[in-house]
Design a protein around this ligand. Sequence first.
Ligand code: AMP
Ligand code: ZN
Length: 494
Amino acid sequence: MKNSKLYIENSLSRKKELFVPITPGFVGMYVCGPTVYSDVHLGNCRTFVSFDIMYRYLLHLGYSVRYVRNITDVGHLLDDGEDRMSKGAKADNLEPMEVAQKYSNGFHDMMRIFNALPPSIEPRATGHIIEQIEMVEAIIANGYGYESNGSVYFDTIAYSKDHNYGELSGRVIEELLVESRDNLKHQSEKKHPSDFAIWMKADDNHLMKWNSPWSVGFPGWHLECSAMSTKYLGKKFDFHGGGNDLKFPHHENEIAQNMGSCGCTPANYWVHTNMLLMNGRKMSKSDGNTITPDQLFTGNSPHVTKGYTPMVVKFFMLQCHYNSTLDLTDAGLAAAEKGYTKLFEAYKVLQDMETKSSANTGDEAINALLDQAFEDMNDDFNTPRALSRLFELVTIINKMKDGTEDINAVSSETLSRLKADMKALLFDVFGLQDPVSVHGDSTIDGLMDLVVDLRANAREQKDWTVSDKIRDQLSALNIVIKDGKEGTSWTVNS
Ligand code: AMP
Ligand code: ZN
C-alpha cells in the first residue's frame, strides 16, 4: 500500500476531502453504466474514461478495488414515458434483449478501443428484478412508499419529514414539480409531483414486464442502481460515480431509496464528471452538433479536418480535469496529437538512456517533478497538471538527448526512477498505449526499411508521384514518416 493521501472532491459535502475507505486497503466503487438502447457516444466515453483513470489510480495506490458498473437495460424512460429499450427494439425490429446485447457489445468494444479496464462486476438491471422488488417492499414497510393503481411511488413528502431530500443536488422539495424523468401521464397517481416511481404498472403493449405484488410491470430506473450497488457492495460503500447530469434526479433518488430502505446513504464519496461539448455547445443529435467515435477516428465528419486515433482522443480528454467541461474542437485535437507524439517520442528516447555517473546534481529537478505528478493525481485525480509535469520532464529528457544538459549529472538511481514512474503513469494510470509499439517486430521493421528505401530512391530521382504516394498511403495506415538530419524515421500513431 503506497503511503499517499488522496483527496477527492465529494459532491455530497461539496468539499475536497481526504479519501479514507471504510475498510483499510479495500475500496467499493459503483459507477452508473450506460443505457444500452443506442450507440455509445463520445460524451459517455469521456465519463467512463474518467472513472477508468480513477479506478486505475486506486489500483496503483495498492487498494483492492471492487468496481461495479451496471448495464441499464430496463426502466430508463424517455420524456414521453416510453422505455428506451422498447423504443430501440421497435426501431430496429429486435427483441429488447437483442437491443441490450447489441449495444452492450458496442459499448465493450469502445471501452477496449479506449483501453479502459473492465469492471469487476457488470450487473444488468433485468437480472436483478427480485432484489428491486424486495427494496420496494422495504421502502413501503418503512412508510416511504405507496401503491397507486398498480404502480408504487416513493413518498418524497413523508421522506423529507425524516431526512433531507435534495441533500446531493441542493434542490428544494417545494420547487420540484415535473422535473423527474418518470412518466408524465401518471402524475395524477402521485400524492405530490416530486414523488417518483419505484415500480411501474406496464401497459398491455409494453415489451419488458415482470410479475410483482402490485402489478405486472417494471422497476424504476433509479431503483436498479440502489438494488445492485447494495447487493454487490453492501449498504454502505466508498465511492459512487456518474456524469453530473445524473446528480438529479437519478442520484438524489438513489440516496432517498437507500436511506428509505436500509437507513443509510449508500456511498461516502460521490464523484461527478462534467460534460463533453463540441465547438462550445452541448453535443446534440437534433441540431447536428454531434460526432460519433468512428467519425472522429476516420475523419469522416465536417467537424474535423482529419481522423484522430483513439489514444489521441483519450490523451485530449486527459488534458482536461474531469470536473470541468471539455470542448471538443479540431484545433484542440490537433494540438493533443502533437503533444501525445512528443511525449511518447521522449519516453522512447528515455528507454535507451544510460548513465554511469555517481554525480547527482541533476536529480533534484527530476525527483521534484515526479513527486509533483503524483501529488497532482492525489489532488482529486488532476490529470492535466500531472501531464504538465511530464512535459517538463520531456524537456529535460530532450536536453539530455541533444547534450544541452548533462546526462552524467543524473544518478542511475534517479534515471531508473524516471523510467519506472513515467511507465507507471503513462501505461498503468492513464492507460495510454505506445504509438510505436510495432517497432521491434522484425518483419515490420524489415518491411518498413524497404519502403523507406524505395521512397528515398524515388526522391533522389525526383519521382514525386511515387514518393508522395508512399507517404500518403502510409499516412492512411497511421504511419508517419519523418525526414531528419540523421535520415528518415517512422512512427505509428496507435
Ligand atoms: P446514459 O447512457 O445516458 O445513462 O449515460 C451514461 C453516462 O454517460 C452517464 O454517467 C452520463 O452522465 C454520461 N454522459 C452523458 N452525456 C454526456 C456528455 N455529453 N459528456 C459526458 N458524460 C456524459
Ligand atoms: Zn445509476
